[in-house]
Design a protein around this ligand. Structure first.
Ligand code: ZN
Length: 125
């Protein structure tokens, strides 16, 4: 695994890209043999567009970073019950609508529910 810096034209500054090692060959046809690029400087605004550094949809980069746990500090968190595993956890916010559960690594949809005197986060798929 190595880290390179690159200028991101969407962010307007340099970002850190991590090139992951390709998964080991297991003798079977594997469509994901290439190393993945993970941007350590992903932020929620990236989800709206396309990542100029990799050509992927921004949200794809968010999911990659969150699942890699290489920079969990990059994400805001919301406390909610995960729809996928049922546990209360601090979901990592990927975008206005998507978050990742650090306990089960599932991507879930989230929304804020206004109860009048308080606002809570809820998830659903
Ligand atoms: Zn979960």
């Amino acid at each position: 695994m190595k880290t390179v810096t690159a200028y991101c034209s969407a962010c307007g500054h340099e970002v850190r890209l991590v090139l992951t090692d390709p998964p080991p060959h297991d003798g079977q046809a594997n469509l994901q043999e290439e190393a993945e690029i993970i941007c350590l400087d992903y932020h929620a605004e990236c989800a709206a567009g396309k990542c100029p550094a990799t050509g992927k949809a921004g949200i794809v980069m968010g999911v990659r970073l969150a699942k890699s746990h290489l920079n969990d500090g990059a994400f805001k968190t919301i406390r909610a019950r995960c729809e996928a595993c049922g546990q209360i956890s601090d979901l990592e916010v990927l975008s206005d609508t998507l978050a990742l559960c650090p306990l089960c690594n599932s991507t879930v949809r989230w929304t804020l529910l206004d109860l009048g005197d308080s606002v809570i986060a809820v998830t659903g798929r």
